[in-house]
Design a protein around this ligand. Structure first.
Ligand SMILES: C[S@@+](CC[C@H](N)C(=O)[O-])C[C@H]1O[C@@H](n2cnc3c(N)ncnc32)[C@H](O)[C@@H]1O
Length: 312
């Protein structure tokens, strides 16, 4: 367990001021926080919304949703939905607000309480059952997933989602060992199979990241939601996205670039910028946390914030 009596304080929102500025909030904004977590960003957004404002908060983690219900059930401006964000269009259609959202926030990855609770099985530094599901009621746990995957596929996942140099060695060690029940056991196996070559990093860091991404289909979720997020926005609405590793940020960067260029036409056709129908305009460059924030919150060191505005 976290050991903290109030786990609301256990997740410090990254780039909070930058997110608030990027969302360009007004009293009556209609905001979606698609990754509620422990509500750090939602709380900050709510401090800026008036009585006519509204926020839809989404998380796939039932614990996050329980916390949201405890905190916000009395506030009619907040609607809480337990869902995967890849269901965004459907959720907004049901509420007749698709195309009317003025600010949409994604803060990808896992929350600190998810990492810190050993029972959730996300972390090599807290021994617990090897689970790693953001929604423990959906899909395979990491232990089950490891049992059904082949050595070759596992090698591939560790390379692709963990950019792990020793993918082959680690995959062999895991598959030769057979069933792995706990995070501690997996971390030990990896430490025995691969040397610690990155300063300050546990040799299991990359493997844990890769398995987590695979088990939760994190990159597929992002690929599915980005076009829905763009469609969800009203003209002038802001899309605000925080990524934590290069695989996420690459998807976001490419999507925003493509949407700000518009439809691909053969280069020899005489088409104007307007005819290409770009959907989004990039707002500024990628934003990273400053030294002061990183000093207070280590998670912020890898955060990259990108912002775009809906133009048509
Ligand atoms: C980094 S935390 C968000 C923290 C939050 N901004 C705060 O300040 O407390 C990411 C959250 O997104 C959720 N999440 C990740 N992928 C999701 C998905 N595909 N659908 C819904 N929620 C998701 C996770 O369960 C986690 O609670």
């Amino acid at each position: 367990m976290t050991g903290l009596s109030d786990d609301r304080v256990a997740h410090v929102p990254v780039l909070k001021d930058e997110v608030l500025a990027a969302l360009n909030l007004h009293d009556d904004s209609l905001v979606v926080d698609a990754t509620y977590g422990r509500g750090g960003h939602t709380r900050a957004i709510m401090s800026r919304l008036g009585n006519g404002g509204r926020i839809l908060v989404i998380d796939r983690d039932p614990t996050a949703i329980n916390q949201a219900r405890q905190e916000w059930s009395e506030d009619a401006r907040v609607e809480i939905v337990h869902a995967q964000f890849s269901e965004l269009s459907k959720l907004l259609e049901q509420r007749h607000v698709n195309g009317r959202v003025t600010g949409m926030l994604f803060d990808f990855g896992v929350s600190s309480p998810q990492l810190d609770d050993s029972e959730r099985g996300f972390s090599f530094s807290h021994d617990g059952p090897l689970d790693m599901r953001m929604n423990p009621d959906q899909g395979l746990s990491a232990a089950e997933w490891l049992e059904q995957i082949s050595e070759a596929e596992l090698t591939n996942v560790l390379r692709k989602f963990g950019e792990e140099r020793f993918a082959r060695r680690i995959a062999r060690a895991i598959k030769q060992h057979g069933a792995v029940a706990s995070t501690g056991e997996l971390a030990r196996l990896i430490s025995q199979a691969a040397p610690a070559t990155e300063k300050g990093k546990h040799p299991a860091t990359r493997t844990f990241q890769a398995i987590r991404i695979a088990v939760n289909e994190e990159l597929d979720q992002i690929k599915l939601v980005l076009p829905q997020a763009s469609k969800a926005l009203a003209t002038g609405g802001r899309l605000v996205i925080i990524s934590f590793h290069s695989l996420e940020d690459r998807l976001v960067k490419r999507f925003l670039r493509d949407q700000s260029k518009g439809d691909p036409f053969p280069p020899d056709l005489p088409v104007t910028h307007d005819m290409l129908k770009p959907q989004l305009k990039l707002i500024g460059k990628a934003i990273r946390a400053g030294a002061e924030e990183i000093e207070k919150n280590r998670r912020a060191r890898s955060a990259v914030l990108r912002v775009a505005e809906k133009i048509s």
